[in-house]
Design a protein around this ligand. Structure first.
Ligand code: 2P0
Length: 339
């Protein structure tokens, strides 16, 4: 069992292939990794080289509505605009929907509403594929467990495995060739006072996708060999910090892990630099504020925007320092998914 189709057939073996409803809708949150996923052991199944750990972003994410359509091709509408089927994102979404086409003339109309900037390093593909598989699960009334949903979401995008769940989520690397042990699970810990500030310095889509960037890093970076062990060490530190509610230990381990990932990317060839001058200016401001006593850390994904980490007790000071910051409390905002 090695292809995405094989995985789908295995998981849905005894499940109905007839829709239970005329339409279904589901929401999935975006997620920010505190311990990053960077590099794959299997590119077809999006199996990672390291275990990662994220925090889901409450009401920031994607809502997917899915309707069966008696046609040969899918129709995909994102934020009220019909996607050109010849574009790469449309083809990727179509190929994913094809995995769940059980009859020759059964295509889908997929309507997506995403309330975060696309492709700006805010994990839009993660919440998109997670919302799609949750909506398909609802359409057929399969009621799959979250572990199976995380496996199916991963076939669309690796980090989508983590967007199936809320709160702190660990996506295990696994060792099996078919990836059936590479699943996401929520940690039991809550941390209501933990805040994330989204600092958007750039709304532009990135020039190199995460998918291409991580493969280039694996193939060419002389530092990549050290990455899986670096990530495993960070994972242990972050889990320990979460259990102890030790904010400084969490912030240090998460910031250091993000910087290690970016150092590894920078040493790829051609070099991969997702930061802009604004990103570096913001990093230096955060380091200066921390030096001056403000308890604040950051993490950065495959884009120029930073995500700030702080506690509610520092929120007023952080907001004063960064007036345009979009502040989320991931453990306190689950009640309003469509905002
Ligand atoms: C993460 N990122 O852990 C890391 C950190 C970006 C930087 O997961 O090829 O879009 O679809 O599996 O999931 C982004 O990579 O890549 C990502 P694919 P994905 O959040």
């Amino acid at each position: 069992m090695k292809t995405p189709q094989d995985v789908v057939h295995f998981i849905l073996d005894n499940k109905t292939k007839t829709p239970h409803h005329p339409q279904a809708t589901a929401f999935a949150p975006s997620n920010i990794a505190l311990c990053k996923y960077w590099g794959k052991r299997n590119t077809q199944l999006n199996l990672p080289n390291n275990t990662s750990l994220s925090i889901s972003l409450g009401h920031k994410g994607a809502t997917a509505s899915i309707t069966p359509r008696p046609a040969t091709s899918h129709a995909i509408i994102v934020n009220d605009q019909t996607m050109d089927p010849n574009t790469e994102p449309a083809q990727r979404l179509s190929a994913y929907l094809d995995l769940f086409r059980f009859h020759q003339h059964a295509a889908y109309t997929l309507t997506l509403t995403v309330n975060i900037p696309f492709a700006a390093g805010l994990a839009s593909s993660a919440c998109t594929f997670a919302a799609i598989i949750k909506s398909i699960d609802a359409l057929f009334h399969w009621q799959l467990p979250p572990t199976d949903l995380s496996i199916l979401a991963r076939l669309g995008s690796g980090s989508a495995a983590r967007s199936i769940l809320s709160g702190f989520v660990e996506w295990t690397r696994g060792t099996q060739a078919d990836g059936m042990d590479s699943v996401a699970c929520a940690l039991p810990e809550q941390w209501p006072s933990l805040c994330i500030g989204l600092s958007v310095v750039d709304h532009q889509p990135k020039k190199i996708s995460s998918r291409d960037g991580m493969q280039r890093t694996v193939d060419t970076s002389p530092l990549y060999a050290a990455w899986p062990q670096t990530a495993d060490t960070a994972l242990t530190q972050i889990k320990t910090a979460i259990q102890a509610h030790d904010f400084h230990a969490l912030g240090k381990a998460a910031e250091s892990n993000a910087l290690a990932m970016h150092a590894t990317m920078l040493s790829a060839w051609p070099p991969l630099l997702y930061s802009t001058p604004e990103t570096l200016t913001l990093m230096q401001r955060i380091w200066a504020l921390r030096e001056a006593g403000m308890p604040i850390y950051f993490t950065q994904d495959a884009g120029p925007n930073l995500k700030l980490l702080f506690l509610a007790s520092a929120q007023a000071d952080v907001q004063a320092a960064f007036p345009t910051l979009d502040i989320l409390q991931p453990f306190a905002t689950r009640s309003s998914p469509h905002e």
